[in-house]
Design a protein around this ligand. Structure first.
Ligand SMILES: [Mn+2]
Length: 360
């Protein structure tokens, strides 16, 4: 298990590389080039500069989150081949810089979605939350506005202004896209990029839909075990893998996360593990919590035990944290609570390893 930490770059993150370097057990960053427009090729020199920054700080850079998939690819538009070719070139450039895993998602229009970016918790911290009642009353445009207003001044990935400016047009384009069509477009994309992945050894790791249910009538195809199975079986390649995000999938109580880890870990399909906790608070409603099992609805010990049992040796990172100790940071991505999360996951892992070693 290689513990990593997401970093948004020098210009756009309140957290520094030297702070990340001091979190015990964290050996690398998960990064991206955030100023390259979706659909364009990431320049090799810029990727190498990011890698050098990380390496100079004593951290590796082997995981990218995310290379976003252009909307035309998801829509299956006639222009998709140009964007797919760019994606292939991007994979090659990332491979040249030593990147091993690319996290991506295939969510129409909206990346992750929350109704509240700073819900107060009883201990005085705040966390991101999703209330079905609230979202039902909002239009996509209203929700986008609300996210922009409450993001502490950061532009959140998936919620870039240029993307939101085209919101209405894009939503209309999806009117003829159902689940089957969207899945077919994913298959087309994967078939086109897998040869490059196999040649370069780069694994594509799809992130589950967040939250894992349909929104505003848009189709969703990465919501549960059945969906994940359909995707890994869609194109048979060792590079067609998953980012198993416990918090995203775990927002639906019907998703048994340890069982999913065992099911796909045994097939070596989990390239990247996002591990965090959520607390259920009603039908399709939840808030994010501290990583500890006792703070949320998921059993993090059972999740880490499942990773151990399948011999997981991929990349892991603590996922969203709460905002604590007065920190002002990108919602979900402050330093303190994620560092506590990493320490906790490392603690669970050490205990599981020693317990199992004693058994043998
Ligand atoms: Mn995640």
């Amino acid at each position: 298990m290689k513990m990593t930490f997401r970093w948004f770059g020098e210009k756009d993150d309140s957290v520094t590389l030297s702070q990340i370097r001091q979190i015990p057990g964290v050996s690398g960053i998960v990064g991206a080039l955030y100023d390259v427009p979706v659909g364009e090729v990431w320049p090799l020199d810029e990727i190498l500069a990011l890698k050098k920054q990380a390496n100079d700080a004593g951290l590796s850079f082997e995981v990218v989150e995310s290379v976003n998939v252009h909307e035309d690819i998801k829509l299956g538009a006639p222009t998709r081949d140009r964007y797919i070719e760019n994606y292939r070139r991007c994979i090659r450039n990332l491979a040249k810089a030593g990147v091993k895993v690319i996290c991506y998602n295939f969510m129409p229009v909206f990346d992750w979605l929350r109704s509240d970016l700073a819900m107060p918790l009883p201990d005085g911290s705040t966390a991101m939350a999703y209330s079905n009642e609230t979202v039902k009353k909002l239009t996509p445009a209203k929700l986008a506005e609300q996210v922009a207003d409450t993001s502490n001044g950061f532009v959140l990935p998936g919620w870039e202004p240029d993307r939101l400016a085209e919101l209405r047009g894009v939503l209309e384009q999806y009117q003829n896209i159902d689940r089957e069509k969207l899945a077919e477009n994913l298959r087309y994309f994967l078939e086109a990029i897998m040869p490059v992945c196999e040649e370069t050894g780069v694994k594509m790791a799809i992130h589950p839909d967040d939250p894992p249910w349909p929104l505003f009538g848009l189709p969703r195809i990465v919501c549960n075990g059945e969906d994940l199975e359909a995707i890994v079986d869609m194109v048979d390649s060792p590079c067609n893998c998953l980012t198993l995000c416990s918090g995203s999938l775990g927002s639906n109580p019907e998703n048994d996360i340890p069982a999913l880890v065992r099911r796909f870990g045994a097939r070596k399909k989990i390239a990247f593990a996002h591990v965090r906790n959520v607390k259920f608070c009603g039908e399709r409603s939840f808030h994010e919590s501290a990583h500890l099992s006792s703070c949320g609805s998921l059993d993090l010990y059972e999740i880490m035990k499942a990773y151990y049992d399948v011999g997981f040796d991929g990349y892991v990172r603590p996922d969203h944290g709460r905002m604590i100790w007065g920190e002002k940071a990108r919602p979900g991505y402050g330093l303190y609570d994620r560092a506590l999360g990493a320490a906790y996951l490392n603690g669970l892992w050490e205990a599981i390893c020693k317990e199992e070693a004693g058994r043998r």
